[in-house]
Structure formats: C-alpha cells, structure tokens
Design a protein around this ligand. Structure first.
Ligand SMILES: CCCCCCCC/C=C\C=C\CC(=O)SCCNC(=O)CCNC(=O)[C@H](O)C(C)(C)COP(=O)(O)OP(=O)(O)OC[C@H]1O[C@@H](n2cnc3c(N)ncnc32)[C@H](O)[C@@H]1OP(=O)(O)O
Length: 947
C-alpha cells in the first residue's frame, strides 16, 4: 500500500501503491504512518518525498470506505505527523492530487507538481467537505476568495494555476518524483516553521462578511437545497475567524453533519453509478470486458437538424472525420454554417483550433461508402428512417455500422431492412447533442456485441456517459417519462395548477418543473406525436370518451393548450405566458387558469387541494415504478443505469441520486404503499399499479382504520439492524427539524422526512447528555406489508446499502450545526426558518493581512448562451434535416434540462434544488413572534404536514 525506499542515501521515498488512484484506504493510511515514523526516526534520512505509483499521486479518501463503519487510523493524525516532523517533506504530484490526496500534499512542507497534474477538492460533489484540514489550510495558503471558489465548486485546477495561486512551489515538465528528490535535498537545513501551513494566518479580506454572503447567495442559487456547499462556506468562515485548532474542530463537526446525510449518500452513489454504467452487460452475456470495440476513424451523420448538427460537432471535436449529409442544398448550406460556427466557438472556449478540416458536407448518400459508422438523425418517422436504412445498406461497405438516433422507435425494425442487422444499433443522443452528456446505446435483439461495444466506446470517446439499454418503445428514459408527464396533467385535472406542480418539483430539486420545461422544449412536438398515434385529432372515434383512450385515463388538456397555438416559449405562450416569443421568464397565465376551470366544470370535476407531497409522490414514485418494470423486462441491466439516464438526460437532482435511488431512500415499502393508495384512487391509471403486485402477486394486507401504521411498521421492522424504532424523540442527523415532535411513520423507520429528504435519525439515547425517554408501550395491531419489492431491489443492486449502522455515525449536537444564518423554530404551530442573531466569532490572534491572492475575483462559470438560444428556437419541421430525435419526439419534454446537467468543465456537477436547507435548531414554541417580516421568518411547513 506504500513502498519505502532510501534513495540518494539520505532521502526517504514513500510511494503510495493502491491502484487505480492510490486512494487513502485504511492500509494506505497505516503505511503512510509507519513510513513516516521510520523516516523521522532514521538518522540517515534527512528529507522525505511522497509520491504515487503509476503517475498518480492520490485520488483522495477511499470513497467506498464511507459506506461502512470507519476503520483503521484516522487520516488527520497521520497527516499531522508529516507536518510536525523535523525533516522536510516534499509532495511529488503527478496525475492528480484530489480530496484527501490534495490535503496530504497540503500537510507536506513543499509541493512539486508535474505540468499535466490536476489538483482539487472535489468533496463537495460527494456531499461532504474537505475534512482533513482542507477547509482550514487552503485559505491560509491562498486566501479566502480563491479557496472558497475551489472548495465550494470542487473544480480541478491545473498545475500552472496551482503555481500561480501559491499552492505548489514548482511545476516541472520532467518526472515530478525526480525533481522532488533534488528539491528535498536542497530544502534540508532550511527552517520548517514557515512551511507549516497550520501556523499561517489566513489572509482575511476586509469585506469578509460580504464575500461569504455573496458566496452563500451564489451557491444557494446554483445548487439550492444542497447542503455541502453551505457547510463548506461555514468551514471557510472558521478558517478566517478562528484559530487553526478551533477551525479544525468546526470542520470536523460540519463533516459529521454531512457525512451521514441522505445527500452525501446520494451523491456518492451517483459517482459510482456513473462508473458502473460504463461496465455494460447484455442478456446474451456480452459485456464490457469480453467484447472488443472497433476503432472508428470516419463517420457520417444524416440530417443536419438540431440533433444532427450536435452529433457532427461531438464527433469532429474528438478527431473523427465526419461526412454530413442533407437532402437539399439550402439545408446543407445552413447546416454547414451552423456546424462550423459551433465548432469554432467550442474550440475558442477550449483554447484549441477548430477541426474544420475533418468535415465534409454532401447531398449524396453515395459519398458514404467507405465510412466506418453512420448515425442517422433524420425526422422521427419510421417510414423515412426505413428508406434511409435501405439506402445505406446498399451504399455502405459491408462492414459499416449503421446507427439510428431515434428517441424511441423500434431499432430492430430498422435493422430488418438492412443486409446487416447485427451491425445496427441505436445511439440516442439528447438535445443539444454536443452539450448533453447522456447517450443511450440501444441494443436490438440482433445487434452484435461488437456493435454495442463500438457504440459504447465511441460514446466514451465523445465524452458522453453512455448507458446500454434494450429496444422497447421510448427505450429507458422516454419510456419512464410518459407516466411522469401523465401524472402531472392528471394532477392539473384534479385541481393543481402548473405553477404549483412546478414549484413542488423545483423544491424537490429539479432545475425546472415539468411545465416550465415542456414550454422550453416546445409543446407542438408531443402534440404531433399524439396525433400521429391516434390519441387525439380527427382520427379519434367520436364515441370514445374524451378522458379515456384504450380503456385508460387520458388527459386532453395538453392538446387543448396546443389547439390554441400555445407551443411554449417559442410562441410566447404555453403553460405559462412570456413577454414575447423566445422569452424565458415564465409567468402564470390567467387564461390557463380559466381553461382549467372550464375544463373541470365541463367534466364535473370538483377541484381539490393537492399537497406538494402528493405531487412528488405521484410524479416520482410512478417514475421509479416504471423503472422497476424496465428492470423486470430486462431493458436496463441495473437500477444504476436508470438513475444515470435520469441524472444526465433529464436533470434529476443529483443530490437525490436518481429515481431508483430516491425510491430506496424513501423506503420501498413506503413507495409500494403509496402507489397502492394512489392506484386504488385511480384504477384507470395502470402505471400507478405497483410492480410488486403486478409481478409477484404479493399479499396486500387489510388495514384497519384505527391501525397505527407507524407502530405497526416499526414492529414489522423490529430486529432489522437497518431500522431504528423511535419514540418520537429522535433527532434528524442532518438538518431541518431537530427533534421529532410527533409519532410519524418515518420516525419509526429511523428516517426523518425533511422536505422530501429522508434523513437518518438517531435515537436521543445515543446523544450525549440527553435523558433517555421511557420506552413506548407495545402495540398489538400489526400490518403485514409486503417487502418483496425491497428484497428484490436489494438483490438486484447490492450497492443500495441500508442506513448506517449505529456505530458508524458520529452525530453531533444539532444546535451547533447550523450551516447558515437561519435556525428552525416552531412558531404558532408552524415550522419556520428564523434568522439567527449575529454570532460573535472569535477574532484571529494576529491582525488579518491582505494577501494579493485574496483579491482575486471569484471565477464565474459562464453559460453557453448559444446553446441555450438554439434550443429555445425550437425544431424545424417537415424535412429530412429536421431535428429528429429526443426533442422531436415530444415525449422527451425534459430533454432541455441540459442547462444544469451537462456543463462541460465539471464532470460531477451538482444539480439544483428549489429550497435551501439550512441547519436547524428545534425549539418548542418559545418564540412569540406573530407577524414577523418575511425577510427574517419563512414558514417551512405546518407541523401537521411533516410527513
Ligand atoms: C463523522 C464522520 C467523520 C468522517 C471522517 C472522514 C475522514 C476525513 C478525512 C478525509 C476526507 C477526504 C475526503 C475525500 O478525499 S473524498 C474523495 C475525493 N476524491 C475524489 O472525489 C476523486 C474521485 N475520483 C475521480 O474523480 C476520478 O476517479 C479520477 C481520480 C480523476 C480518475 O479518473 P479516471 O482515470 O477517469 O478513472 P475512474 O474515474 O474511472 O476511476 C477508476 C476507478 O477508481 C475508482 N475510484 C476513483 N477514485 C476513487 C476514490 N477516491 N475512492 C474509491 N474509488 C475510487 C473508481 O470508482 C473506478 O473504479 P472502478 O474501476 O471499479 O469503476
């Protein structure tokens, strides 16, 4: 795990040896501790160099260790021994120094970086913070603004930037280890005190409060509801206002808060899910490690609509020569200009030259005879696509792979018209294809493993997150979208408004609610698809009940909206109104309100109050339910694949982990029970029928009206180590409300329901100095809810771990763990955020100095305006080059979610949420405030509606 060598007769060389990224697992921490002890005690050793094997310094803590009880030596004391030693220690950084690996380097006295190395503190993307001193040491080294930016974004920086910021002492184009050995010898005898970062004073800018406030506003805007960035700011504040040791204590307390949070679990799950998806597997047994991809040097793209153009750009910028085909001269010329413009802008942003020489534009399919692979991106019309595939089959050499960018049509039907069905697959890009990271690789029944391996590998080369899926209508992403969209419109019928539904979804974490997003994507596309499939329009039998199709509930409201020429942002009117066509500022439209009221009265629907909880449950549980069906049908190999599709293709909030992970966090019994409940209320909506019922016929228990569900469930879970029964006084381990004030179902499962986040709870008995309440009385009634769904789910995906076992969490006193300036109080039966009184922070022992680095303005991530505009314009219709796929299918109404889900610089972007979730302090009715100004008190929820 670490090699110890004495080199140059006086330097101890410690090499971390834990492939693939030299993560700081328990044995590695052990080995570092032992090696340092040996080096410091050996009189021959005058200096130490730490490096990593295989050109990788260190990828940080071993994230897999976070799932279980922490074992082995804690990292901080191991690192402290490095700094405290009396021999100079030099970090030789090659490849990467990330997270704990970067912190290891910050404990060394000197840092040398190879010029290609990347450094960063990406912990925030995993829902935690740099807790091995990173939040206290980096600000001391480079000042608050630069440290804040690095820590709250998790951005990786280059060696050159690290040198400029003062993080590393030297950058070399040579071997970093060799350079560090020379450097170490020269450092011998020089005083070490100034090199110990812990002894430095944080250069404190005079406008610290304003700076931190601005950073807080920025992260709340960019990642609302996500806790880790707020905790990072809190920790950096400590670096500026507290002595080092107190700051370290604050850092570790904040880490403890985050460490066991649902958000951290979700974000860490996302990290591994993304990597798991790359390890594709097919029912045939073919998989990533037994199937060889072909090398693709040349490709062709047919159709230069929005999708085709994006695909051409994605191919050309990774060095693949592309022939782009259109059906008419004007369309070809238009496409050429747009592609060139896109490539030039992309190259400018990346500081490289545009690869225009790789492009060829043609009107003739004959020009494609020698290409390695073709991606068809024509209009989403099966007859048209079949004609194209027949033609390709005649024109292309026998080995050319033929792929379709359909968003849901039968890939095998296309394969069937060619002379090479085994070389046909789907490559479903998301719009805009050069920006969106997701690629669904669709495996038809006749696709060969080599074809799938090639499409997956090409996706990877293009920088996409590729997921192998089966060939069914809508594949995975769009198949699941349908029931989700249906629920949204059914809720409109029943009494909700588009604004209410959107707000609930945005509060949950979606960047945009379903109706705002549909307006962005364009409503006409789905309308056309519904007309073509006979769901609306003149082909519908007049005897057909208006709200039923094929015996199932159907909501005609979206058709009625389109009949009024309201196609969304591009027409200035849709579910919302906009000041002018193309505007993005959605405003509620009284005309839609009128339409809904008229509709309801026409069909005798009594509108009812619909809670946000119902909106979330119906929209999201139905999504997960369809996900289970997809797994059951073998159309996705694993729940992770589904989650990755939703994270990268549909902007599912990353801190919720994806629909399948979210369902597992809520508790599958709960999901099952709620689906049953809604299905009973809406028996004509088959998607609400829980899959367990459909497939395993598990027994449904009769519920007595008087049954205390919570107690019954607690009892049924008794003895299971992952569920802690609670007495109503458990404490939410993370944020929102502190003490559980009422017996709730969730409490009995050891989870706290905070704004739809189920957080682990700890019994007060486990908290220091808290009186243990009397045990609750036994309850006799029971309910026999089926857990077969859970069992099956856990069998499918062992990575869904049960909640942490009691010895692993190191819960802190919630009261100390606020993470911004608000606390939670109970005021007249409502739970409110109340502004905290100002906190008197301890002043640093020496007067603050201004470091030039601290004056560096914070880096802003700029949005790719051009791509936004492109989507807003909406698709062109009616010719071969029209956008063919996702945005054209009408069912991928969320495809435009790219705004949040696919910024290119950062692989592990955080998604956004609608509400901040500050830390909490639960005080019972001690505040008499009745009508406080809105700026200082905000009602979060009525206490009665906590669950
Ligand atoms: C009360 C609670 C107290 C708790 C106290 C905790 C202790 C506090 C002290 C320190 C805390 C430190 C926090 C951290 O350091 S968190 C980790 C920070 N590091 C990262 O986030 C880096 C993550 N990795 C990456 O970004 C990339 O993997 C990269 C290193 C850039 C390499 O990229 P690439 O070459 O593309 O390779 P892959 O991404 O495919 O990865 C290859 C395999 O390695 C696995 N991997 C990578 N990093 C880690 C890691 N840090 N831990 C475990 N495993 C890691 C990855 O999953 C791949 O595995 P596989 O091949 O099986 O898929």
């Amino acid at each position: 795990m670490a090699r110890y060598e004495l080199v140059k007769r006086s330097v101890a060389l410690i090499t971390l040896t834990n492939p693939p990224v030299n993560a700081l697992s328990s044995p590695v921490r052990h080995a570092i501790a032992n090696s340092m002890e040996r080096a410091l005690s050996d009189p021959k050793v005058r200096a130490v160099v730490i490096c990593g094997e295989n050109g990788r310094f260190c990828g940080g803590a071993d994230i897999r260790e976070f799932a279980g009880p922490l074992r082995g030596p804690p990292l901080i004391p191991v690192l402290e021994a490095i700094e405290a030693g009396d021999k100079p220690v030099v970090a030789a950084i090659e490849g990467m120094a990330l997270g704990g690996g970067f912190e290891l380097a910050l404990f060394c006295h000197y840092r040398i970086a190879q010029s290609k190395a990347r450094l960063g503190l990406p912990e925030v993307t995993l829902g935690i913070l740099p807790a091995a001193g990173g939040t206290q040491r980096l600000p001391r080294l480079i000042g608050i603004p630069a440290a804040l930016e690095m820590i709250t974004t998790g951005r990786h920086i280059s060696a050159q930037e690290a040198l400029k910021l003062g993080i590393v002492d030297q950058v070399t184009d040579q071997n970093a280890c060799e350079t560090a050995l020379e450097f170490a010898l020269k450092a011998v005898g020089k005083p070490l005190s100034p090199r110990r970062v812990s002894t430095l004073t944080t250069p404190c800018p005079p406008d610290l409060d304003a700076l931190l406030e601005a950073a807080t506003m920025q992260v709340k805007k960019k990642t609302p509801g996500v806790m880790a960035p707020l905790a990072c700011i809190q920790a950096v504040r400590a670096a500026a206002t507290m002595p080092y040791s107190k700051g370290m204590k604050q850092e570790s307390e904040l880490m403890a808060t985050l460490f066991n949070s649902g958000q951290a679990r979700a974000l860490q799950y996302c990290f591994f899910a993304q990597r798991t998806a790359g390890k594709w597997t097919l029912p045939s047994g073919a998989q990533w490690n037994n199937s060889k991809p072909r090398e693709i040097r040349s490709a062709a793209v047919i159709g230069l609509g929005t999708m085709g153009r994006g695909i051409v750009v994605s191919l050309a910028r990774v060095g693949i020569s592309v022939i782009a085909v259109e059906s008419e001269k004007k369309l070809l010329e238009n496409g050429r200009q747009m592609v060139i413009g896109m490539l030039e802008r992309d190259a400018k942003r990346r500081g490289v030259s545009a690869s225009l020489n790789l492009l060829k534009f043609t009107l003739s399919l004959q020009d494609l005879k020698d290409v390695d692979l073709v991606i068809e991106a024509v209009f989403e019309d099966m007859a048209l696509k079949k004609r194209v595939f027949q033609e390709l089959s005649k024109v292309c050499r026998p080995g050319t792979l033929l792929c379709t960018n359909t968003s849901g049509l039968d890939v095998d039907a296309l394969a069937g018209v060619t002379d090479r069905p085994h070389l046909v697959a789907g490559m479903h890009f998301f719009s805009p294809a050069h920006v969106m990271k997701l690629l669904e690789v669709v495996c038809g029944p006749r696709s060969s493993s080599e074809t799938i391996a090639t499409a997956m590998s090409l996706g990877k080369k293009m920088g996409k997150v590729s997921v192998a899926v089966g060939n069914c209508p809508g594949f995975v992403g769009n198949r699941m979208l349908k029931p989700y969209l249906d629920q949204a419109t059914f809720l409109l019928e029943e009494g909700a408004t588009p604004e209410q539904i959107d707000k609930a979804l945005e509060d949950f974490g979606f960047a945009m609610g379903v109706f705002r997003m549909s307006d962005l994507a364009g409503l006409d596309v789905g309308w056309r698809v519904r007309k073509e499939s006979g769901l609306t329009g003149p082909d519908v039998d007049p005897k057909n009940p208006p709200r039923k199709r094929q015996g199932r509930r159907y909501c005609p409201i979206p058709d009625m909206v389109c009949e009024q020429g309201r196609f969304g942002q591009k027409t200035g009117r849709g579910w919302y109104k906009y000041d002018k066509p193309g505007d993005t500022n959605a405003k509620p439209d009284p005309l839609i309100q009128n339409l809904l009221e008229t509709y309801r009265s026409r069909y005798g629907i009594q509108p009812r109050n619909i809670s946000d909880q119902e909106i979330i449950e119906r929209c999201l549980f139905v999504l997960a339910n369809e996900g289970f069906r997809i797994l059951e049908d073998g159309m996705a190999a694993r729940p992770e694949d589904i989650d990755v599709i939703y994270l990268f293709g549909y902007a599912f909030p990353r801190h919720r982990g994806g629909p399948m992970f979210y369902a597992s966090m809520v508790g599958l019994e709960r999901v099952l029970e709620r689906l049953e409940h809604y299905h009973q209320a809406h028996p004509d909506v088959p998607h609400l029928e829980p899959i367990t019922m459909a497939y395993t016929g598990a027994q449904k228990a009769l519920k007595s009206d008087k049954l205390d569900e919570a107690q019954a469930l607690a009892k049924s879970c008794a003895g299971r180590p992952d569920f802690l029964p609670c007495d109503g006084l458990s404490i939410c381990a993370t944020h929102s409300h502190g003490k559980c004030f009422k017996l709730h179902w969730c409490c009995h499962l050891g989870w706290c329901h905070c704004k739809y986040v189920y957080q682990p709870m700890t019994n007060v008995a486990q908290l220091p100095s808290t009186p243990v309440p009397a045990a609750p009385s036994d309850c006799t009634d029971t309910i026999d809810l089926s857990i077969s769904l859970t069992e099956r789910f856990l069998r499918i995906s062992p990575c869904f771990l049960p909640p942490p076992c009691p010895e692993s969490p190191k819960y802190c006193n919630i009261a100390e763990l606020f993470i911004d300036d608000y606390i939670v109080k109970r005021i007249n039966g409502k739970m409110c955020y109340v502004q905290r009184p100002p906190i008197h922070t301890e002043a640093p022992s020496t007067p603050p100095q201004i470091n030039p680095a601290s004056l560096t303005p914070q880096k802003q991530h700029t949005e790719d305006k051009q791509t936004v505009e492109e989507t807003v314009k909406g698709p062109k219709m009616g010719h071969c080059s029209s956008p063919s796929s996702s945005e054209d299918s009408g069912i991928n109404a969320l495809g435009g979610h790219y705004l949040e889900s696919c910024e290119e610089e950062s692989e592990d972007e955080l998604s956004t949420d609608g509400h901040s979730s500050p830390g909490s302090l639960w005080d019972q009715d001690e505040c008499t405030l009745l009508s406080p100004s809105k700026s200082i008190v905000e009602i979060i929820e009525n206490i009665e509606t906590t669950v």
